[in-house]
Design a protein around this ligand. Structure first.
Ligand SMILES: C[S@@+](CC[C@H](N)C(=O)[O-])C[C@H]1O[C@@H](n2cnc3c(N)ncnc32)[C@H](O)[C@@H]1O
Length: 285
């Protein structure tokens, strides 16, 4: 049985995300940034991968302070462990906090120049949260919303064409049906929904583009820790579909077994369609 570590999954996801981020959206963000140095807020920051990424991209000299929150104290502790002992040229504040409460609490007290949400907004009630998040930006402040799932998952090669399709359709359905503390999550179309929900909440989109995950073996091997990433993705399928009456348990277990086997054999390909976007909120920078 695979070791079930969400923090290892996030670490394994880092190389996948690095490859997938939309370069045009990133360049647009750079071209429109408000005056520096920047105060950045990242919500749903996990174990701090974005901070590493910004560092690797030479972005930190533009930054004065970086506030990162995540609801899960285990992730925040891991971020603290990973980031401590490194000399950061900026002030970094990590906190375990629920984004809805954080946005409510900080409204009118503090503002930031740039808001980052990476692989996060598809998990939350976007129409409810977005206006509260935008209220935390200074006039002319920018947002950078990346890796927002958008309705398509593909696993290749096929093992059981009819079941392959049914599993993926049901998996997407669980995204639409998911409630967290009674609130809807972003749903399977969170990516494209953002394209209309952002203007509705008072934001102006400057650039948008695809950031699809394509995870595949190269000469029979997955790079970095991406085999673990792939097993973990199948774990999401298992966890969310285990109880579904539409799936015959033994057939589903056998399907999962074959899919894990494809990873071990260096054969499985995953494609997940996602969107990145950046823009600003009202007022001049
Ligand atoms: C898919 S992970 C992405 C983490 C990180 N951005 C990354 O890509 O490595 C989503 C993160 O959102 C956090 N999260 C979920 N609901 C939250 C909430 N209501 N408030 C704050 N964080 C939340 C989870 O704990 C998790 O770390």
């Amino acid at each position: 049985m695979m070791e079930d570590s969400f923090t290892r999954y996030l670490a394994a996801k880092q190389s996948v995300d690095d490859r997938s981020l939309n370069e045009g959206v990133w360049q647009s963000l750079l071209a429109h940034l408000p005056p520096e140095p920047l105060a950045i807020l990242e919500v749903g920051a996990g174990t701090g991968a974005m901070l590493d990424r910004l560092d690797a991209r030479g972005f930190l000299p533009r930054v004065a302070e970086y506030t990162a929150i995540d609801a899960d104290p285990t992730n925040v502790a891991e971020a603290q462990r990973r980031l401590s002992g490194r000399p950061w040229p900026i002030e970094v504040e990590l906190a375990a906090a629920d984004v809805y409460e954080f946005a409510r609490r900080e409204r009118g007290r503090r503002t930031w120049d740039l808001l980052i949400a990476h692989a996060f907004l598809d998990l939350v009630d976007i129409p409810r949260l977005l206006p509260d998040l935008f209220a935390l930006l200074r006039p002319g402040g920018m947002f950078y919303f990346t890796i927002n799932f958008d309705g398509l998952t593909a696993l290749e090669p096929r093992v059981d064409p009819d079941l392959d399709e049914r599993v993926i359709e049901l998996y997407h359905q669980t995204m639409d049906e998911r409630r967290v503390d009674g609130r809807p999550a972003g749903g399977r179309r969170a990516g494209r929904a953002l394209l209309t929900l952002i203007p509705a909440a008072g934001g102006e989109i400057i650039a948008a583009g695809a950031s699809d995950w394509i995870v595949m073996p190269w000469q029979g091997h997955y790079p970095a820790d991406e085999a673990y990433f792939m097993h973990y993705i199948l774990g999401f399928f298992e966890e969310s579909l285990r109880e579904r009456p539409e799936l015959e348990p033994r057939r589903f277990a056998s399907w999962l077994g074959r899919r894990h086997g494809q990873i071990d054999a260096g054969e499985l390909v995953l494609i997940a369609h996602q969107l990145d976007m950046c823009g600003r909120v009202g007022g001049d920078a």
